[in-house]
Design a protein around this ligand. Sequence first.
Ligand code: C2E
Ligand code: MG
Ligand code: MG
Ligand code: MG
Length: 283
Amino acid sequence: AAKEAGKDTYAVYDAHSETQDGARILLENDLRKSLERRELQLFYQPQVSLFPTRRIGAEALLRWHRGQSEWISPGDFIPLAEETGLILQIGEWVIREACRQGKQWIDAGYEPFIMAVNLSPRQFRQSGLVDLIRSILHETGYPPEYLELEITEGMTLDVESASGKMRQLRDLGVQISIDDFGTGYSSLNYLKRLPISRLKVDRSFVRDIETDLGDRDIVKAIIAMAHNLKITVIAEGVENEDQLAFLEANGCDEIQGYLFGRPVPPDEFERGMTVQGTGGRHS
Ligand code: C2E
Ligand code: MG
Ligand code: MG
Ligand code: MG
Protein backbone atom coordinates (compact mmCIF):
# COMPACT_ATOMS: atom_id res chain seq x y z
CA ALA A 1 0.00 0.00 0.00
CA ALA A 2 2.88 2.34 0.82
CA LYS A 3 4.34 1.72 -2.59
CA GLU A 4 1.02 2.44 -4.26
CA ALA A 5 0.57 5.55 -2.13
CA GLY A 6 3.89 6.99 -3.21
CA LYS A 7 3.52 6.15 -6.87
CA ASP A 8 2.48 9.42 -8.34
CA THR A 9 3.00 11.96 -5.66
CA TYR A 10 4.59 15.12 -6.95
CA ALA A 11 6.33 17.66 -4.79
CA VAL A 12 4.89 20.97 -5.84
CA TYR A 13 6.79 24.09 -4.89
CA ASP A 14 4.73 27.21 -5.02
CA ALA A 15 7.28 30.04 -4.76
CA HIS A 16 4.83 32.85 -4.10
CA SER A 17 3.11 31.33 -1.12
CA GLU A 18 5.30 29.95 1.67
CA THR A 19 2.45 30.36 4.13
CA GLN A 20 0.10 28.50 1.88
CA ASP A 21 2.60 25.65 1.84
CA GLY A 22 2.68 25.69 5.63
CA ALA A 23 -1.08 25.53 5.86
CA ARG A 24 -1.08 22.72 3.37
CA ILE A 25 1.39 20.68 5.40
CA LEU A 26 -0.71 21.19 8.52
CA LEU A 27 -3.80 20.14 6.63
CA GLU A 28 -2.05 17.08 5.32
CA ASN A 29 -0.85 16.08 8.79
CA ASP A 30 -4.32 16.48 10.23
CA LEU A 31 -5.88 14.58 7.37
CA ARG A 32 -3.44 11.76 8.00
CA LYS A 33 -4.71 11.55 11.58
CA SER A 34 -8.39 12.03 10.75
CA LEU A 35 -9.06 8.30 10.56
CA GLU A 36 -7.64 7.32 13.94
CA ARG A 37 -9.21 10.41 15.48
CA ARG A 38 -12.55 9.31 14.04
CA GLU A 39 -13.17 12.71 12.51
CA LEU A 40 -14.55 11.38 9.24
CA GLN A 41 -18.24 10.88 8.80
CA LEU A 42 -20.56 9.93 5.97
CA PHE A 43 -23.62 11.97 5.20
CA TYR A 44 -26.36 10.51 3.01
CA GLN A 45 -28.38 12.25 0.34
CA PRO A 46 -31.57 10.67 -1.00
CA GLN A 47 -32.03 9.64 -4.63
CA VAL A 48 -35.60 9.53 -5.84
CA SER A 49 -37.27 7.79 -8.78
CA LEU A 50 -39.82 9.78 -10.76
CA PHE A 51 -42.09 7.12 -12.23
CA PRO A 52 -43.34 6.46 -9.55
CA THR A 53 -41.91 8.86 -7.00
CA ARG A 54 -40.02 6.81 -4.48
CA ARG A 55 -36.79 6.98 -2.54
CA ILE A 56 -34.55 4.43 -4.28
CA GLY A 57 -31.07 5.23 -3.14
CA ALA A 58 -28.58 7.33 -1.29
CA GLU A 59 -25.23 8.82 -2.12
CA ALA A 60 -22.68 8.60 0.68
CA LEU A 61 -20.80 11.90 0.93
CA LEU A 62 -17.72 12.34 3.05
CA ARG A 63 -17.45 14.99 5.76
CA TRP A 64 -14.43 15.86 7.89
CA HIS A 65 -14.77 17.49 11.28
CA ARG A 66 -11.22 18.78 11.61
CA GLY A 67 -10.25 19.20 15.25
CA GLN A 68 -12.96 20.42 17.57
CA SER A 69 -14.81 22.91 15.48
CA GLU A 70 -13.66 23.23 11.92
CA TRP A 71 -15.75 21.59 9.25
CA ILE A 72 -14.14 20.84 5.91
CA SER A 73 -16.00 19.94 2.76
CA PRO A 74 -14.71 17.19 0.46
CA GLY A 75 -13.93 19.67 -2.30
CA ASP A 76 -11.25 21.11 0.00
CA PHE A 77 -9.54 17.91 1.07
CA ILE A 78 -10.24 15.15 -1.47
CA PRO A 79 -7.79 16.68 -3.99
CA LEU A 80 -5.08 16.75 -1.31
CA ALA A 81 -5.92 13.20 -0.25
CA GLU A 82 -5.71 12.16 -3.88
CA GLU A 83 -2.35 13.86 -4.38
CA THR A 84 -0.78 12.41 -1.25
CA GLY A 85 -2.22 8.93 -1.67
CA LEU A 86 -4.16 9.20 1.61
CA ILE A 87 -7.27 8.68 -0.47
CA LEU A 88 -6.59 4.94 -0.53
CA GLN A 89 -7.00 4.61 3.23
CA ILE A 90 -9.78 7.15 3.42
CA GLY A 91 -11.58 5.64 0.46
CA GLU A 92 -11.37 2.18 1.99
CA TRP A 93 -12.94 3.55 5.15
CA VAL A 94 -15.72 5.18 3.08
CA ILE A 95 -16.65 1.94 1.29
CA ARG A 96 -16.58 -0.10 4.49
CA GLU A 97 -18.57 2.46 6.45
CA ALA A 98 -21.22 2.81 3.73
CA CYS A 99 -21.64 -0.97 3.55
CA ARG A 100 -21.70 -1.32 7.32
CA GLN A 101 -24.36 1.37 7.65
CA GLY A 102 -26.35 -0.03 4.72
CA LYS A 103 -26.36 -3.49 6.27
CA GLN A 104 -27.43 -2.08 9.60
CA TRP A 105 -30.41 -0.42 7.92
CA ILE A 106 -31.36 -3.61 6.10
CA ASP A 107 -31.12 -5.57 9.35
CA ALA A 108 -33.34 -2.99 11.02
CA GLY A 109 -36.05 -3.85 8.49
CA TYR A 110 -35.80 -0.93 6.10
CA GLU A 111 -36.31 -1.63 2.44
CA PRO A 112 -32.91 -2.07 0.80
CA PHE A 113 -31.83 0.73 -1.51
CA ILE A 114 -28.84 1.57 -3.70
CA MET A 115 -25.92 2.90 -1.72
CA ALA A 116 -23.74 4.98 -4.03
CA VAL A 117 -20.11 5.57 -3.09
CA ASN A 118 -17.66 7.87 -4.88
CA LEU A 119 -14.36 6.45 -6.05
CA SER A 120 -11.40 8.71 -6.75
CA PRO A 121 -9.18 8.17 -9.79
CA ARG A 122 -6.39 6.75 -7.71
CA GLN A 123 -8.72 4.33 -5.96
CA PHE A 124 -10.11 3.17 -9.25
CA ARG A 125 -6.60 2.50 -10.58
CA GLN A 126 -5.51 0.80 -7.34
CA SER A 127 -4.49 -2.76 -8.16
CA GLY A 128 -6.19 -4.37 -5.15
CA LEU A 129 -9.56 -2.64 -5.61
CA VAL A 130 -11.56 -5.66 -6.71
CA ASP A 131 -10.23 -7.83 -3.85
CA LEU A 132 -10.80 -5.01 -1.40
CA ILE A 133 -14.43 -4.59 -2.37
CA ARG A 134 -14.99 -8.33 -2.38
CA SER A 135 -13.67 -8.60 1.16
CA ILE A 136 -15.64 -5.58 2.41
CA LEU A 137 -18.85 -7.08 1.01
CA HIS A 138 -18.03 -10.39 2.64
CA GLU A 139 -17.08 -8.84 5.95
CA THR A 140 -20.12 -6.55 6.22
CA GLY A 141 -22.65 -8.88 4.61
CA TYR A 142 -23.93 -6.03 2.45
CA PRO A 143 -25.74 -7.29 -0.69
CA PRO A 144 -23.49 -6.42 -3.68
CA GLU A 145 -26.39 -5.54 -6.00
CA TYR A 146 -27.20 -2.60 -3.73
CA LEU A 147 -23.70 -1.12 -3.88
CA GLU A 148 -22.96 1.35 -6.65
CA LEU A 149 -19.52 2.75 -7.37
CA GLU A 150 -19.47 6.24 -8.88
CA ILE A 151 -16.60 6.98 -11.20
CA THR A 152 -16.03 9.99 -13.43
CA GLU A 153 -15.51 10.14 -17.17
CA GLY A 154 -11.84 11.00 -16.82
CA MET A 155 -11.13 7.66 -15.18
CA THR A 156 -12.35 5.78 -18.23
CA LEU A 157 -10.31 7.51 -20.92
CA ASP A 158 -8.30 4.34 -21.31
CA VAL A 159 -11.41 2.40 -22.30
CA GLU A 160 -9.61 -0.94 -22.57
CA SER A 161 -8.28 -1.08 -19.03
CA ALA A 162 -11.22 0.79 -17.47
CA SER A 163 -13.80 -1.55 -18.95
CA GLY A 164 -11.73 -4.55 -17.85
CA LYS A 165 -11.70 -3.36 -14.28
CA MET A 166 -15.36 -2.42 -14.42
CA ARG A 167 -16.25 -5.89 -15.61
CA GLN A 168 -14.38 -7.44 -12.70
CA LEU A 169 -16.36 -5.21 -10.36
CA ARG A 170 -19.62 -6.09 -12.10
CA ASP A 171 -18.72 -9.75 -11.63
CA LEU A 172 -18.82 -9.13 -7.88
CA GLY A 173 -22.41 -8.05 -8.43
CA VAL A 174 -21.94 -4.33 -7.79
CA GLN A 175 -23.28 -1.50 -9.99
CA ILE A 176 -21.23 1.21 -11.63
CA SER A 177 -22.31 4.72 -12.53
CA ILE A 178 -20.67 7.64 -14.30
CA ASP A 179 -20.69 10.75 -12.09
CA ASP A 180 -20.68 14.37 -13.29
CA PHE A 181 -21.59 13.19 -16.76
CA GLY A 182 -21.29 15.67 -19.59
CA THR A 183 -18.24 17.48 -18.25
CA GLY A 184 -15.77 15.04 -19.82
CA TYR A 185 -15.15 13.63 -23.24
CA SER A 186 -17.55 10.75 -23.52
CA SER A 187 -19.05 9.72 -26.78
CA LEU A 188 -21.87 7.36 -27.49
CA ASN A 189 -19.45 4.80 -28.83
CA TYR A 190 -17.38 4.89 -25.70
CA LEU A 191 -20.31 4.52 -23.33
CA LYS A 192 -21.45 1.48 -25.23
CA ARG A 193 -18.27 -0.30 -24.26
CA LEU A 194 -18.57 0.31 -20.53
CA PRO A 195 -20.71 -1.88 -18.27
CA ILE A 196 -22.52 0.95 -16.50
CA SER A 197 -25.98 1.00 -15.02
CA ARG A 198 -26.52 4.71 -14.40
CA LEU A 199 -25.47 8.07 -15.72
CA LYS A 200 -25.47 11.04 -13.38
CA VAL A 201 -26.08 14.25 -15.30
CA ASP A 202 -23.75 16.89 -13.93
CA ARG A 203 -25.21 19.62 -11.76
CA SER A 204 -23.89 22.34 -14.07
CA PHE A 205 -26.40 21.35 -16.77
CA VAL A 206 -29.31 21.26 -14.34
CA ARG A 207 -28.60 24.62 -12.74
CA ASP A 208 -29.72 26.80 -15.66
CA ILE A 209 -32.04 24.31 -17.26
CA GLU A 210 -34.99 26.70 -17.05
CA THR A 211 -33.26 29.37 -19.13
CA ASP A 212 -30.29 27.97 -21.02
CA LEU A 213 -31.38 26.42 -24.31
CA GLY A 214 -28.00 24.78 -24.79
CA ASP A 215 -28.23 23.03 -21.44
CA ARG A 216 -31.76 21.91 -22.20
CA ASP A 217 -30.65 20.34 -25.46
CA ILE A 218 -27.67 18.65 -23.84
CA VAL A 219 -29.78 17.14 -21.10
CA LYS A 220 -32.39 15.92 -23.59
CA ALA A 221 -29.63 14.37 -25.71
CA ILE A 222 -28.03 12.66 -22.72
CA ILE A 223 -31.35 11.15 -21.68
CA ALA A 224 -32.15 9.91 -25.19
CA MET A 225 -28.68 8.49 -25.67
CA ALA A 226 -28.64 6.74 -22.29
CA HIS A 227 -32.08 5.25 -22.84
CA ASN A 228 -30.95 3.89 -26.20
CA LEU A 229 -28.22 2.08 -24.33
CA LYS A 230 -30.64 0.95 -21.60
CA ILE A 231 -28.88 3.06 -19.01
CA THR A 232 -30.79 4.80 -16.23
CA VAL A 233 -30.40 8.58 -15.96
CA ILE A 234 -30.25 10.47 -12.70
CA ALA A 235 -29.99 14.26 -12.59
CA GLU A 236 -27.87 15.84 -9.87
CA GLY A 237 -28.38 19.18 -8.19
CA VAL A 238 -32.13 19.54 -8.64
CA GLU A 239 -33.16 22.42 -6.42
CA ASN A 240 -36.55 23.59 -7.64
CA GLU A 241 -39.86 22.55 -9.15
CA ASP A 242 -39.18 24.05 -12.58
CA GLN A 243 -36.02 22.00 -12.99
CA LEU A 244 -37.94 18.95 -11.85
CA ALA A 245 -40.77 19.64 -14.32
CA PHE A 246 -38.35 19.86 -17.25
CA LEU A 247 -36.58 16.65 -16.28
CA GLU A 248 -39.84 14.84 -15.73
CA ALA A 249 -41.24 15.99 -19.06
CA ASN A 250 -38.12 14.74 -20.82
CA GLY A 251 -38.13 11.30 -19.28
CA CYS A 252 -35.30 11.59 -16.78
CA ASP A 253 -35.62 8.53 -14.53
CA GLU A 254 -34.29 9.74 -11.20
CA ILE A 255 -33.41 12.84 -9.26
CA GLN A 256 -30.91 13.84 -6.60
CA GLY A 257 -30.84 17.32 -5.17
CA TYR A 258 -31.77 19.70 -2.40
CA LEU A 259 -35.39 19.67 -3.60
CA PHE A 260 -35.71 16.12 -2.25
CA GLY A 261 -33.15 16.39 0.52
CA ARG A 262 -29.71 17.61 1.43
CA PRO A 263 -26.93 15.29 2.54
CA VAL A 264 -27.62 14.55 6.22
CA PRO A 265 -26.10 12.43 9.01
CA PRO A 266 -27.32 8.81 9.21
CA ASP A 267 -29.82 9.29 12.04
CA GLU A 268 -31.53 12.09 10.16
CA PHE A 269 -31.50 10.11 6.93
CA GLU A 270 -33.08 7.16 8.70
CA ARG A 271 -36.15 9.20 9.61
CA GLY A 272 -37.11 9.44 5.94
CA MET A 273 -36.80 5.71 5.23
CA THR A 274 -39.54 3.15 4.66
CA VAL A 275 -39.97 -0.17 6.39
CA GLN A 276 -40.09 -3.24 4.10
CA GLY A 277 -43.51 -4.08 2.80
CA THR A 278 -45.26 -0.93 3.98
CA GLY A 279 -44.56 1.12 0.85
CA GLY A 280 -44.91 4.19 2.98
CA ARG A 281 -43.20 5.95 5.76
CA HIS A 282 -43.27 4.13 9.05
CA SER A 283 -44.02 6.21 12.11
P1 C2E B 1 -20.40 14.52 -6.32
O1 C2E B 1 -20.06 13.10 -6.21
O2 C2E B 1 -20.83 15.02 -7.65
O3 C2E B 1 -21.53 14.76 -5.23
C1 C2E B 1 -22.59 15.65 -5.37
C2 C2E B 1 -22.28 16.98 -4.70
O4 C2E B 1 -23.32 17.91 -5.00
C3 C2E B 1 -22.25 16.89 -3.19
O5 C2E B 1 -21.29 17.85 -2.71
C4 C2E B 1 -23.65 17.31 -2.80
O6 C2E B 1 -23.75 17.81 -1.49
C5 C2E B 1 -23.90 18.38 -3.81
N1 C2E B 1 -25.32 18.58 -4.06
C6 C2E B 1 -26.31 17.65 -4.07
N2 C2E B 1 -27.50 18.19 -4.40
C7 C2E B 1 -27.27 19.51 -4.62
C8 C2E B 1 -28.13 20.62 -4.99
O7 C2E B 1 -29.34 20.48 -5.20
N3 C2E B 1 -27.53 21.83 -5.12
C9 C2E B 1 -26.19 22.01 -4.90
N4 C2E B 1 -25.71 23.25 -5.06
N5 C2E B 1 -25.36 21.00 -4.56
C10 C2E B 1 -25.91 19.76 -4.42
P2 C2E B 1 -20.23 17.48 -1.58
O8 C2E B 1 -20.85 16.57 -0.58
O9 C2E B 1 -19.63 18.76 -1.13
O10 C2E B 1 -19.16 16.64 -2.37
C11 C2E B 1 -18.40 17.24 -3.39
C12 C2E B 1 -17.62 16.22 -4.17
O11 C2E B 1 -16.61 15.61 -3.34
C13 C2E B 1 -18.47 15.06 -4.67
O12 C2E B 1 -19.15 15.43 -5.84
C14 C2E B 1 -17.40 14.02 -4.91
O13 C2E B 1 -16.76 14.24 -6.14
C15 C2E B 1 -16.42 14.31 -3.79
N6 C2E B 1 -16.64 13.35 -2.71
C16 C2E B 1 -17.54 13.37 -1.70
N7 C2E B 1 -17.43 12.29 -0.91
C17 C2E B 1 -16.43 11.55 -1.42
C18 C2E B 1 -15.84 10.29 -1.06
O14 C2E B 1 -16.23 9.61 -0.11
N8 C2E B 1 -14.80 9.85 -1.84
C19 C2E B 1 -14.37 10.55 -2.93
N9 C2E B 1 -13.35 10.05 -3.65
N10 C2E B 1 -14.91 11.72 -3.30
C20 C2E B 1 -15.93 12.22 -2.57
MG1 MG C 1 -20.92 11.44 -6.69
MG1 MG D 1 -21.65 14.45 -9.27
MG1 MG E 1 -17.84 14.58 -8.45
